[in-house]
Design a protein around this ligand. Structure first.
Ligand code: ADP
Length: 861
């Protein structure tokens, strides 16, 4: 085909279209139309009108077909009747008025259309464009136009023809998609902005809260205290809202990640119960934490996010419950390979939620109705955040509720499991045979107690009202199946009579009594003890507390209800009132040192490294410093050197006594300490008598020194052995059947105080397993220094509880670390882990032994 260019300018094109319309006389005779439609020729036309046989086909297609002559003649114009469906104008209207095409073109698309048309005419190429037409009723129709110039046999353009296809739906879909993307981008930008803003607001607000706290500790008048309390409350609620907004926006911006670290779900839930107990108590609500014993203690997940979800659910439950109780539960659903599935539930006896509102609650900013905001406040974000977090942790969240009866929110968690028996060590094992009598008249508490005792203590444990307690105790005795422990509410009616009846019946003496008190009941410990109780237990009942109280009651013959001064009979009074600084990086040693000092009436501040010790000594006056020699960063020797340098440089009048705490006990160690400027030297594991004697001798401005002889618990053979171990000498061989912990040595070291010894053991139990794990990680990462320090710490901890075999292995590993013998360290790891596990598993038995020993020694009240 001869494609002679047929150039047409924009204006020409418009003029041509206008001509087509025959602007002077738009009316075209119906006759003409009909003629055209029938394909009849009037002699002037080019004879291109569609043939009848094609017309029926063309007029059925779902597109508009059109053609127009290029000489401006109107009779050469044709448009198919589908135009009516497309734009609402009839075919006749259109053909009578061809300029309509141009007129109905969207003004913004005219130029583009004309340009394309001109290009087609100029180049002979296909016309192809997407453009908008305005329909009769004003709505916009997107069409794709395709047309071409048709030429005669000489290549002269004679007309153009084409189709217009309705693409409105495609355009709409694309527009919607684009709008969606834009909206998402805008929402992300908003969330990022919110996150940044909330963070910016939170930082100074934290400052405000801190300052209010400082202010309220400055001896304010009553009215000033009230104002600061109100300011603190307002700041707290503002902080809560900001935290919600921050979290929500972080989630929206996809910036929340969940951690996978080891944690104890029991501890997370119990700590939260303790934290929220005062709010429950203010509303007179019972708060319960019911964890089934099968829920493992050691799991891998994100404790902070779990705490956040629980806090939100429990706070809501407390907010929407006026009477009754709020409870948290956790149960093991199943274990599957590396995963442990736990179901957690928060239930209340509150107002409930109507069934038709349940599904909207997890959407952001939604509350049951607007009156909720007015009455209870809140943002409606908490549940939306909780849902996101639970889903991020691989779980689901749901709700069941009944108006007027209460609500239960539940969620599931997919957590990592820790392989091996050590994961589930709890002190409960040995208590399974303890038969407990719980005295309780309140129906709610009875139900909760029953759940807490189930599966943990003897199945023959019972719950009764005060009035029936004495009979049941006697019956159990007669049946030779006495109760080991009785839990008795201290403030209940009839409690004194019950105590008297028990006291007067000599056959009931071996049932140990535990006083149950409300959370904030600061009853007189002496009075409780005199009433015959051996331990106290505060509500809300936490499993760990219940176990502690029952352990205390069953392992000690008698004790004051509150753990007070040690019963060693030592006359530590000459040290009472001393305030010391303890520089020690090992958490367990910190605990032991602090507890030992407390028993002599000393108080102490604790810092974890040498540079903090230097700072502390400069800031505050201490009567003396107990300085661990081996600490990360600035060690004890270096810290002491610097303290002495500063004393000299500053012309200090007083030389602060510094006592070295060292686990080394190697020859020349004492000299090194003295050279560094230390005044005394106590080897670890700490022997209380040694420590007190050394402090007494060095802290001169206090009364007189206490002598080792004054301490009623002299060094045991075992402690003698451990404290004088020459460091370079090989560790003593481990006898296969040797018991992992020397309980007698431990008790002596804890000044014959079984309570102190039990607490020390419990700390050790977790520590031993944890440190063994960390040590493996350290050796695995070839971190010789870190691994050596861990071995050193573990050695000290083991020595303190009298775990000689564990101490020996840790010692060997430490020595290998000093020699840079990574391979030997690696080889010893399994041995160390086995021994740590053996120790941890032995703890319950050790606790029982401690009980028996303290009975035999006749620990005084
Ligand atoms: P907020 O408490 O800040 O309003 P949430 O998303 O935590 O936001 O809760 C949304 C709404 O769900 C609450 O306003 C309340 O209407 C309802 N709701 C949540 N928990 C309970 C509950 N335990 N009992 C009754 N209604 C509840």
């Amino acid at each position: 085909m001869n494609d002679t260019p047929f150039t047409i300018e924009h204006d020409q094109a418009v003029a041509m279209l206008e001509q087509l319309a025959g602007l002077s006389g738009l009316s075209r005779s119906r006759e003409g139309n009909d003629r055209s439609r029938n394909g009849a020729s009037d002699g002037k036309s080019h004879g291109w009108q569609p043939e009848l046989r094609f017309r029926s086909l063309i007029e059925k297609l779902p597109v508009v077909t059109f053609m127009a002559g290029l000489d401006g003649s109107r009779q050469d114009f044709y448009v198919s009747p589908q135009i009516e469906t497309l734009l609402g104008f009839t075919q006749t209207e259109w053909m009578d008025n061809p300029i309509l095409w141009y007129r109905q073109l969207h003004p913004d698309d005219r130029e583009k259309w004309v340009e394309e048309f001109s290009r087609t005419c100029a180049t002979g190429s296909q016309f192809r464009a997407e453009y908008r037409l305005i329909a009769r009723d004003g709505h916009i129709v997107w069409v794709q136009g395709d047309c071409q110039i048709i030429r005669d046999e000489h290549g002269q353009p004679i007309f153009f023809q084409g189709i217009a296809v309705d693409i409105t739906h495609l355009k709409r879909a694309a527009e919607v998609e684009e709008e969606k993307l834009k909206a998402e981008a805008a929402s992300r930008a908003k969330s990022e902005f919110l996150a940044r803003m909330s963070h910016e607001i939170r930082t100074p607000l934290n400052g405000v809260v801190g300052m209010i706290d400082l202010l309220s500790a400055t001896g304010l008048s009553e009215i000033q205290q009230r104002y600061t309390k109100l300011a603190r409350e307002a700041a707290d609620s503002l902080l809560a809202v900001i935290n919600d907004v921050l979290d929500f926006s972080k989630i929206e911006a996809g910036k929340v990640e969940v951690e996978a670290i080891e944690f104890d779900l029991h501890k997370v839930m119990e700590d939260l119960t303790e934290l929220l107990a005062p709010s429950a108590s203010k509303k007179n609500l019972a708060l319960a934490c019911l964890l089934r014993p099968e829920v493992p203690h050691r799991l891998i997940g994100d404790p902070n996010r779990i705490r956040q979800v629980l806090t939100n659910l429990v706070n809501n439950a407390l907010k929407f419950t006026a009477a009754g109780y709020v409870g948290m539960r956790a149960e093991l659903q199943r274990r599957e390979g590396q995963h442990t599935f736990i179901r957690v539930q928060v239930e209340d006896t509150g107002i409930g939620i109507p069934a038709d509102r349940l599904d909207r609650l997890f959407k952001s900013f939604s509350q049951v109705d607007s009156s909720t905001t007015r009455k209870f406040g809140g943002t409606g974000l908490g549940l939306a955040i909780s849902k996101h977090l639970v889903e991020l942790m691989g779980g689901e969240i749901g709700i069941e509720s009944e108006v007027g009866r209460g609500t239960t929110f539940w969620f599931t968690l997919k957590l990592g499991a820790i392989a091996g028996a050590a994961a589930d060590i709890g002190p409960a094992e040995t208590l399974r045979n303890v038969r407990v009598l719980a005295v309780e008249s309140d129906a709610t508490y009875r139900r909760l107690l029953a759940e807490q005792l189930r599966g943990r203590f003897s199945a023959e444990s019972e719950i009764v009202g005060v009035e029936n307690a004495i009979n049941l105790l006697r019956k159990a005795n007669e049946a030779k199946n006495p109760f080991a422990v009785a839990l008795i509410p201290y403030r209940s009616n009839g409690r004194s009579q019950l105590n008297n009846a028990i006291r007067e019946d000599p056959t009931l003496r071996h049932t140990k009594l535990i006083a149950v008190l409300d959370i904030d009941d600061r009853a007189d410990a002496e009075a409780i003890s005199q009433a015959g109780f051996v331990a106290e237990l505060h509500r809300p009942f936490l499993q760990s507390r219940l176990l502690d109280a029952i352990t205390t009651a069953t392992v000690r013959r008698t004790t004051t209800a509150k753990s007070g001064r040690a019963g060693s009979g030592a006359t530590h009074e000459s040290l009472a009132g001393l305030h010391l600084l303890v520089a020690e990086d090992n958490e367990m040693n910190q605990f032991v040192t602090q507890e030992t000092l407390r028993r002599a009436g000393c108080t102490c501040d604790i810092v974890g490294d040498g540079s903090l010790a230097i700072e502390a000594v400069e800031k505050r006056r201490y009567d003396g410093v107990l300085m661990d020699c081996q600490m990360p960063g600035v060690d004890g020797l270096e810290a002491t050197r610097r303290i002495r340098e500063r004393e000299v440089a500053g012309g200090a009048k007083r030389r602060i006594p510094v006592i070295a705490l060292t686990a080394e006990a190697i020859h020349g160690d004492r000299e090194r300490c003295l050279e560094a400027g230390m005044d005394g030297y106590v080897t670890k594991p700490i022997n209380a008598a040694d420590l007190f004697a050394t402090i007494g001798a060095l802290v001169k401005d206090k009364k007189e020194a206490i002598s080792a002889a004054e301490i009623s618990s002299p060094r045991s053979a075992a402690s003698e052995k451990t404290s004088s171990l020459p460091g370079a000498a090989p560790a003593p061989p481990i006898a296969a059947a040797e018991s992992p912990i020397d309980v007698a040595a431990l008790l002596t070291r804890c000044m014959s105080d079984a309570d102190f010894a039990v607490k020390t053991l419990e700390k050790f139990q977790k520590r031993a397993i944890d440190d063994a794990g960390l040590l493996r990680a350290g050796v695995g990462a070839a971190d010789l220094d870190g691994a050596r320090r861990l071995a050193h710490n573990l050695k000290a901890v083991a020595a303190h509880v009298g775990a000689a075999p564990l101490r020996a292995i840790a010692f060997e590993i430490e020595q290998a670390g000093i020699r840079n013998d990574l391979q030997f360290m690696q080889e010893q790891l399994a041995r160390l882990e086995d021994e740590a596990r053996r120790c941890a598993l032995y703890v319950p038995e050790a606790i029982i032994k401690l009980g028996a020993m303290s009975k035999a020694k006749g620990t005084p009240n």
